[in-house]
Design a protein around this ligand. Structure first.
Ligand code: ADP
Ligand code: MN
Ligand code: MN
Ligand code: MN
Length: 372
């Protein structure tokens, strides 16, 4: 994807902005609500703001809105309005105060969910599985790029030394871009995102944050908003975030979105039996899952799931305790405890978490693919 990359001269002075952001609005009860949605690419986010007279306390307090779908790959120009249905409300770490970030679902002119709205069916499947109390935790890997599309901090005319010292590294010669990681972490906590941790990754300029455990539909909601905040924080620093699953070809690790999953029976004593049953079903449905695990039905992941660089081959299904070269890993502690959760290592960094979590529930809990 060729995309114009701004030069340093298009960056503005953030100190000048501070004057306006600190204007005294003490007698004004109005708040700014930034509506956020997933666009026609299924990967990128869009946003726009409206003023509300009072602070909304829940998504239902916010009006349905709309946007020009012909500019986001979601409608024809002649019938372009797409509706925004509010679904998850967070505090706004950029504007602060009573201002909000609002995640929305997209609906068509006829009030049917838009084809690119993957949340709608995910929410229904999560309601069907609610009595099993499904928990998810997603490890979001990503790569920081300079505005010229080159990995952030890499030498402009060459490569850093080979992988080895960078994973969980410390020091100016080991990690690039920690300011963005730290700012994002605090912004997520401020917003109410269930962020669980962060670490530097195997490839320099590659990082990870984890969100979870989240119950049901919250997984997709919290991860999408955490991604929005990441792009927005990086924008302030003049750095670009890539969720491409294999940003650098060659001997560099790709980026995934390992999805950790459990149900109540898996978390209870002897739950390993339920975990093993789920793995058996995941093996049976491998192809169906690969199609749901990136926005291009497996084509993105084909570059990443090669069988090397701590991945399994896209063509094979495998599972094992503590095995990071398998499709599914059972964490060692879970093996020892005899209960807990499993880790599906296949989802791509640019996956739609609504599609991934829905497919896991369909297979592991509802057992949809079962032969009659
Ligand atoms: P890794 O060792 O694979 O790098 P991480 O520590 O990065 O693992 O991520 C583990 C994730 O698993 C966290 O997001 C955490 O919230 C999640 N998790 C922990 N316990 C459970 C559970 N019982 N069910 C689902 N997710 C869980
Ligand atoms: Mn991890
Ligand atoms: Mn990782
Ligand atoms: Mn992992």
């Amino acid at each position: 994807m060729a995309m114009y990359m701004p030069t340093a001269t298009s960056l503005t002075d953030k100190k000048v902005l501070q004057h306006y952001l600190s204007l005294d609005n003490a007698d004004d009860t109005r708040v700014q609500v930034m509506y956020v949605w997933i666009d026609g690419s299924g990967e990128n986010l869009r946003c726009k703001t409206r003023t509300m007279d009072n602070e909304p306390k829940c998504p239902e307090d916010c009006p349905v809105w709309n946007f020009d779908g012909s500019s986001t790959g979601q409608a024809e120009g002649s019938n372009s309005d797409v509706y925004l249905y509010p679904c998850a409300l967070f505090r706004d770490p950029f504007r602060r105060g009573k201002n909000k970030l609002l995640l929305c679902e997209t609906y068509k002119y006829n009030k049917q969910p838009h084809e690119t709205n993957k949340r709608h069916t995910c929410a229904r499947i999560m309601r069907e599985a609610a009595k099993e109390v499904p928990w998810f935790g997603i490890e979001q890997e990503y790569t920081l790029l300079d505005r010229d599309n080159h990995p952030f901090g890499w030498p402009k005319n060459g490569f850093p030394g080979p992988q080895g010292p960078y994973y969980c590294g410390v020091g100016a010669n080991r990690v690039y871009g920690r300011d963005i990681v730290e700012a994002h972490y605090r912004a997520c906590i401020y917003s109410g995102i269930k962020i669980a941790g962060s670490n530097a990754e195997v490839m320099p300029a590659q990082w990870e944050f984890q969100v979870g455990p989240c119950e049901g539909i919250d997984m997709g909601d919290h991860l999408w908003m955490a991604r929005f905040i990441l792009h927005r924080v990086a924008e302030d620093f003049g750095v670009v975030v890539s969720l491409d699953p294999k940003p650098m070809p060659g001997d560099w690790n790709g980026a995934g979105a390992h999805t950790n999953f459990s149900t109540l029976p898996m978390r209870e004593e002897g739950g390993i039996k339920v975990i093993e049953k789920a793995i058996e079903r995941l093996g049976r449905e491998h192809k169906r899952h690969i199609e749901a695990y990136d926005p291009h039905k497996g084509q993105d992941n084909a570059r990443r799931l090669t069988g090397s660089h701590e991945t399994s081959s896209i063509h094979d299904f495998s599972a094992g305790v503590a095995n990071r070269g398998a499709s599914i890993r059972i964490p060692r502690q879970v093996g020892e405890d005899g209960c807990g959760y499993l880790e599906d290592r296949r989802p791509s960094s640019n996956c739609d978490p609504y599609c991934v979590t829905e497919m896991i529930i369909r297979t592991c809990v509802l057992d949809e693919g079962a032969p009659n």
